[in-house]
Structures are given as C-alpha cells and as structure tokens.
Design a protein around this ligand. Structure first.
Ligand SMILES: [Zn+2]
Length: 355
C-alpha cells in the first residue's frame, strides 16, 4: 500500500517553487485526485481510521510532516488533590519550529493569496507547502470537511478537519451552530474507535480562529488514561462538581443518538445563559471495543486562553491534563523541579469558569 502512495509524494521539501504555475497547479490537482481515490479505497476496506492513517503515512513519507515525534519527552507528576492521580507534560522541542511555518512566506508569481494567507484554505495550502500537503475530503454526511495532517503533531496521525469554505471558528452567538459543531464532532469520532476529537473555541486554544476546524488523533499509545478521563468515574452520574478536577466541565457518555438528544437542550440553555461572552472546548473520546463515547464540554472565558507557567495556551488537549511545551526555558523549569501536580492543576484552574 505504501508503494502506491509513495508515487504521490511530489517534490522534496527543498525543491524550489515551480516556474510554470499552470503546470504545477494541474499536476497538484491530479496528484490530489489520485490520492483521494486511494484513500477512498482504504476507507472502503478499513473505515475512516484506515484512510486517515494512510494519509498520515503519505504525508510523513513526502516530508510534509516535519516532526516524527522522536524528540518528545514525557513527564508525569503524581498527586491526590483531585480524582486524577497525575498530571503530565509533553516536552517537544520540534514544536518550537512551527512558528517558522512550513514553506515560503510568499506565493510564486501569478498566485493570489486568499483570506490573508489562511493556513486552512486549500488555495493557500498548495503554495505554502510547495505542493506537498494534500488532504482527504470526507464523504457525506461529513462532506463539509477535509482532513489535513498537522505538520507539527501532538501525536502520530494528528489531523485537522477543516471546512472546505473559509468560515469562522466561532459559533457567532448561535446556539444551534454550537449544537451542530458538537454533533459533527460526535459523528466523526464515532467512526474512529480508539481516537480522540476536539474543538477549541476562539480564545480557548484555537490557533486559526478565522477558519472552522476540529482536531482528530488516535489515542497516544503506551500511556495511562488522560487525567481528565480518570475523573469521569468520580461524577457518579452525569454532572459537574468542582472537587473532581481543576477545570469545571460537563460530561456525558452513551451512544450517538442519545448523546445528541441530551446535549442539545443543555448546550442551548448554556448558550442562552452566557450569550456571546463565553467560549469552550468540546472533547469526544471513543474508547473502542464497543464502549460508549465520552463527551466533555469545558466552558471557557474568551479572554483567558493562557495560563502562567508552562506552555501558556490551554486548549482541549491541555484540558485533558497533558501540558505541551517546547522551549529550553520550560525544560529547565521541569529539570529544576519547579513543576509538579499542583502547579499544573493551578494552570488549568486559572482558565476555568463555572458551567
Ligand atoms: Zn481559510
């Protein structure tokens, strides 16, 4: 299988932008169409996860994914103040390079930059990645989305599900749009046993607020349950309590239809209460093996996306209890013993608001 995908790898990462723009556009469209057909075959055989894993391997082989995650170091800090028995840190120095972008800052002659060079608009993606980045357009009913691999992933096969259209990430004060976002995420993750999906609201860790997107990734291997997951059992019944976890959140579990039925009135009521003021993280976990889906809603203050301490930005992944950081200064703080269970819990509680 990887043999058939490797013919689509295109240029090496060091290649110069092509001179003949028309030829380059045609060849990119052709390679993208060929890849789409191969990924459709993978999906027919092994489901959505098989298609996304094939896209991951193709994007790694062609050099678009710049971080094979081989420099990652993990730290775990034990404690007892909450239902979670640890919080953890993923230190990944490669992620510090992501601010340098993945390609040229300017397009070749004759190419128009659209939507301010948005990294999730297909027209920009081609020249920004020098033709390397290709996606997988999802079939109906999720055909509003294209899967693109994250060049600096938080886990192998970490992908971004971006809308075809350039439309904002936020739900614009529309409760039914919030319900739709949560429902789409549930539908997506339901097709991916063993995967996690999340949505970062604007001001709650969204790095590209101008373009609607969700994150998807297989549950990272060889690790304990996320600290937030350990706290689910402490709920007893679905509901919220402040002693369980340093961030307030709502939690539901069950089958797709039942989840949607229960989430809809709760989200509409929450939305009416907070109007445009609040933002949120939505997380859906699919444990696999026929276990029910887990859905988490973390209400957030839109002006509080950063916490003092490691990493800074707190998005859905951090809310699960794993802080991502990449700078040498942060590594030194860990080495000096300045980070522990309570400092991480403190960071999460700084950005939390009551539901
Ligand atoms: Zn865009």
């Amino acid at each position: 299988m990887s043999g058939s995908l490797s013919i689509l790898t295109g240029m090496s990462p060091d290649a110069h932008p092509p001179n003949d723009e028309a030829n380059s556009l045609a060849s990119y469209a052709e390679r993208q169409a060929e890849l789409q057909a191969l990924l459709e075959q993978e999906r027919a055989k092994g489901g959505l996860a098989a298609a996304l894993m094939a896209l991951y391997r193709q994007q790694l082989d062609c050099g678009f994914i710049r971080d094979p995650l081989d420099e990652v170091r993990r730290f775990s800090f034990e404690g007892r103040a909450y239902a979670a028995d640890h919080f953890r840190v993923q230190f990944n120095p490669a992620r510090a390079r992501r601010f340098g972008g993945v390609g040229p800052a300017r397009p070749p002659e004759g190419v128009e930059v659209i939507n301010g060079g948005c990294f999730l608009c297909r027209e920009n993606i081609r020249w920004q990645s020098r033709g390397l980045e290709m996606g997988y357009a999802l079939p109906k009913p999720l055909d509003r989305y294209v899967a693109w691999m994250n060049p600096f992933p938080l886990a192998p096969a970490h992908c971004i599900l971006a809308s075809h259209r350039h439309e904002p990430q936020h739900w614009h004060g529309q409760g039914k749009e919030l319900v739709q976002l949560a429902g789409e995420l549930i539908d997506l993750v339901d097709q991916l046993p063993g995967w996690i999906g999340f949505y970062n609201g604007v001001g709650a860790g969204a790095s590209i607020p101008g373009h609607l997107h969700h994150h998807l990734m297989p549950r990272p291997g060889g690790q304990a349950a996320f600290p937030m997951e350990q706290s689910f059992a402490a709920f007893g019944r679905d509901g919220w309590t402040s002693k369980v976890y340093p961030m307030a959140f709502m939690h539901w579990h069950g089958e797709v239809a039942s989840l949607k039925t229960r989430l809809r009135p709760w989200l509409m009521a929450w939305h009416d209460r907070v109007e445009r003021e609040a933002t949120a993280n939505i997380i859906v976990l699919n444990p696999g093996e026929g276990e029910p889906l887990q859905v988490v809603f973390v209400p957030r203050h839109p002006a509080r996306s950063r916490a003092e301490g490691l990493g800074g930005m707190v998005g859905a992944f951090e809310a699960l209890g794993e802080i991502i950081c990449s700078s040498p200064e942060e590594f030194d703080r860990i080495e000096r013993g300045e980070i522990d269970y309570s400092t991480i819990a403190g960071m999460l509680s700084q950005v939390s608001i009551a539901p």
